[in-house]
Design a protein around this ligand. Structure first.
Ligand code: ZN
Length: 121
């Protein structure tokens, strides 16, 4: 089994399924935390901007829909969320929107068993 991202050989049992790709531990972490290099001030200003704007007004329509679906279901795998959103966006778009929601502390990833679920914060 090879990692789809870095092509490293993955020991049996250590592979991670991420949005249909097989990733090694490191790439999976990387894929799940696209915002990890950004500074805390960005989060702070995003939050205070949101407060200033009043509630959810900073969410775009797709993000609002994602939040509504996650609220409805109590959490979904990225694949399930994508299929519920229909063909409106690509996996990359979904990842970016989710990263934005994470950034605003609206949603987060959670490991249930050996699968990653996205849920509200
Ligand atoms: Zn890898």
């Amino acid at each position: 089994m090879k990692c789809d991202m870095c092509q490293a050989e993955i020991p049996a049992g250590d592979e991670h399924d991420h949005l249909g790709r097989t990733l090694c531990e490191d790439c999976c972490m990387e894929a799940l935390s696209p915002m990890k290099t950004c500074d805390p001030w960005a989060v702070y200003s995003a939050k205070s901007f949101e407060e200033h704007m009043g509630g959810d007004s900073t969410l775009n329509p797709i993000q609002k829909e994602m939040v509504a679906i996650l609220e409805d279901t109590g959490g979904l795998t990225p694949q399930d969320l994508l299929s519920r959103l229909g063909a409106k966006l690509s996996v990359e778009d979904l990842q970016r929107e989710f990263a934005a929601l994470r950034h605003m502390e609206k949603a987060r990833a959670e490991k249930r068993g050996d699968r990653i679920f996205w849920r509200l914060w």
